[in-house]
Design a protein around this ligand. Structure first.
Ligand code: SF4
Length: 306
């Protein structure tokens, strides 16, 4: 079983993407209420080599190359916490011409050392969900040392030095960060940064907190209008999964397992030998189709077949 790579995962934004994990499960500077991976178990701002770069690169080398649109540093936590992220990017560049994307919560982008390390990436997708410290703390539950103003200024500094594309993602949670005054404040703080795209997302996968709700299409459009043409709405493209050669097999394995007992994402991923993110994606689709249901017990979400 692969330990550090997963996919290819199909997504509307990045096409066929090979995912790379750079940190252990839920090692993150945030503990977002909407996190699809569950609650953060290691909230930290300490950068170090959490997973061994040599092993990661060896696994990437062993990957049987098919058509891949991006190699994406993302996975199970905040990838920029790995202090050897620069070596990973260099290593990838030496074995492949596939563009490298980084999915990050943006909290460390103001660090000059990190800016240097990731300068040869092709695309960085940071997320910023709030402009005020109060909403930032409510939605992202950050490490106590982090301030949203500094993070936004860090993004500005990064933009000045980074020649690749930056697509900013804003995750919207109903009743939490979707008020017009919060959106207007966010817009005013980011509009002159020089972002290549601003993408609005909402909660489409099971969040770690049960009370977290998505915006509906009309509400998403209303928020989008506040950006006056600068933003676009993104979402999960379920259709993109059709044709993935393993989908039918994986779906029936998941249904069979969940018919026997309630399981967490980790149970499914460990039992079937799927990466957590792949398991999550298929479970989300099955839940939307009404084939499985879920409930939270003591902060952990369990799924079972209907
Ligand atoms: S930044 Fe990403 S990995 Fe970290 S808690 Fe938020 S959603 Fe989860």
């Amino acid at each position: 079983m692969r330990r550090y790579t997963y996919g290819p995962v199909l997504s509307r934004r990045l096409g066929r993407s090979l995912g790379i994990d750079l940190v252990p499960y839920k090692t993150c500077t945030f503990d977002c209420v909407y996190c699809q991976l569950g609650r953060t178990t290691n909230k930290t701002v300490e950068r170090r080599e959490y997973l061994p770069v040599r092993s990661i690169l060896r696994e990437i080398e062993e990957f049987s190359w098919e058509r891949i649109d991006y190699i994406t540093l993302a996975g199970s936590g905040e990838p920029t916490l790995n202090s050897k992220i620069g070596e990973v990017i260099e290593g990838i560049k030496s074995i492949s011409s596939t563009p490298v994307a980084i999915l990050t919560n943006g909290s460390l982008l103001g660090m000059r050392s990190l800016q240097d390390e990731i300068s040869s990436a092709d695309l960085v997708i940071p997320s910023i969900d709030a402009a005020s410290q109060r909403i930032f703390e409510m939605i992202n539950r950050p490490h106590r040392s982090l301030r949203i103003r500094s993070i936004i200024e860090g993004l500005r500094a990064f933009r000045e030095r980074f020649s690749g594309e930056i697509w900013l993602e804003v995750m919207l949670v109903k009743g939490l960060n979707d008020a017009p005054d919060e959106i207007e404040l966010l817009k005013s703080m980011i509009e002159d940064i020089g972002l290549d795209k601003i993408q609005l997302n909402t909660v489409v996968r099971p969040p770690c907190e049960d009370w977290v709700l998505p915006l509906d299409e009309r509400e998403m459009r209303a928020v989008c209008n506040l950006f006056r043409g600068r933003a676009e709405i993104i979402g999960v493209s379920q259709a993109a999964d059709v044709g993935h050669e393993r989908v039918a097999e994986v779906r029936s394995q998941i249904l069979e397992l969940l018919g026997r007992r309630p399981c967490t994402i980790e149970d499914v991923s460990g039992t079937i030998g799927l990466h957590r993110n792949e398991a999550l994606k298929q479970i989300t689709i099955l839940e939307k189709e009404g084939l499985i249901s879920s409930r939270v017990f003591e902060g952990v979400r369990y799924f079972r077949a209907r």
